[in-house]
Design a protein around this ligand. Structure first.
Ligand code: MLT
Length: 289
């Protein structure tokens, strides 16, 4: 393990060099925040200050992203979950709470599927437990072709437009620019391997509704990448797709917000996350008593 700067670290886990950031005090409870596709730990920078007052906040960069190694091969959600396990093992953390934005949420679900004993809770921020539909699967292949043909710069420029509502693009142009810049510096292979991995990800509805702790779900009413219907939807046995009400799942929709509440309304999102964490801890305390 070696340090790059005050908060940035580089470690070797699960066979790759991973860059992560860390904030808050190491004696506090740890939470892990996972960014989405073509993102990086920077995605969480507006949410982090509020949370790091009370938590040790770990911000990993997933393989192919944000300075973490860009190995060959499909980046399955399971492999990326193994990378995160490697990191939290190295940090000596027993149980954590993982919040994942979009693709980071798919990784959080894969982690919960494989290593539920290492979690005391998880939150999906603009993400879904449902797999890709045939239409989205075809679009992933088209995206791969687009990246190969046009390059990552042009692909990210177009792709990120869809992440925000128009008014946000006008109101916080610097933030939108910052988000675009994160994706544009990616190595194209990293984006391609992540697309391949998302395309073949499993249906993890059961992980969501069978979780034995509270789960936080956050959606945006104007999200055109993952709609509230998808964010809260599960396939339940013979019922193909439904938004069932499970008491342990808290569903939250930000009105007028698209895919990026973490930069569109970061204070509100941080408050939701902090409230959820408080609920988790109260529950743990009750258990101990
Ligand atoms: C993301 O923001 O991580 C991606 O848009 C998710 C996806 O394409 O399914």
């Amino acid at each position: 393990r070696w340090c790059c700067s005050m908060n940035k670290h580089k470690v070797h886990v699960n066979g790759i060099d991973m860059v992560y950031e860390e904030y808050g005090h190491s004696n506090e409870r740890a939470i892990v925040l996972l960014h989405g596709f073509c993102g990086s730990s920077l995605y969480w920078h507006k949410v982090c200050p509020q949370l790091s007052k009370h938590y040790r906040v770990i911000l990993p960069n997933l393989r192919g992203h944000g300075g973490t190694e860009v190995p060959d091969g499909v980046y399955t959600m399971e492999t990326m979950a193994d990378d995160i396990l490697g990191l939290i093992d190295l940090l000596g953390l027993d149980k954590t709470v993982i919040f994942g934005h979009s693709m980071g949420g798919y990784v959080a679900l894969a982690f919960a599927d494989k290593y539920s004993h290492r979690l005391s809770g998880f939150g999906l921020i603009h993400s879904t437990a449902l797999p890709d539909t045939p239409v989205v699967k075809a679009k992933r292949l088209q995206d791969i072709e687009d990246i190969k043909r046009d390059g990552i710069h042009e692909y990210v420029e177009k792709m990120t437009e869809r992440l925000f509502v128009e008014s946000t693009r006008e109101e916080i142009p610097d933030e939108v620019h910052r988000i675009k810049s994160v994706g544009k510096v990616m190595q194209p292979e990293g984006a391609i391997h992540a697309l391949e991995g998302m395309r073949i990800r499993k249906d993890r509805s059961a992980v969501l509704y069978e979780a034995n702790f509270p789960v936080l779900l956050v959606a945006g009413s104007e999200d055109h990448v993952i709609s509230p219907d998808e964010a809260f939807g599960v396939n339940e046995g013979h019922v193909p797709r439904s938004t069932f009400n499970y008491p342990h799942i808290s569903e939250n929709t930000f009105e007028g917000i698209a895919h990026m509440s973490l930069v569109e309304v970061p204070e509100q999102l941080a408050r939701l996350m902090a409230n959820y964490l408080r609920t988790l801890h109260e529950r743990e305390t009750l258990r101990i008593l």
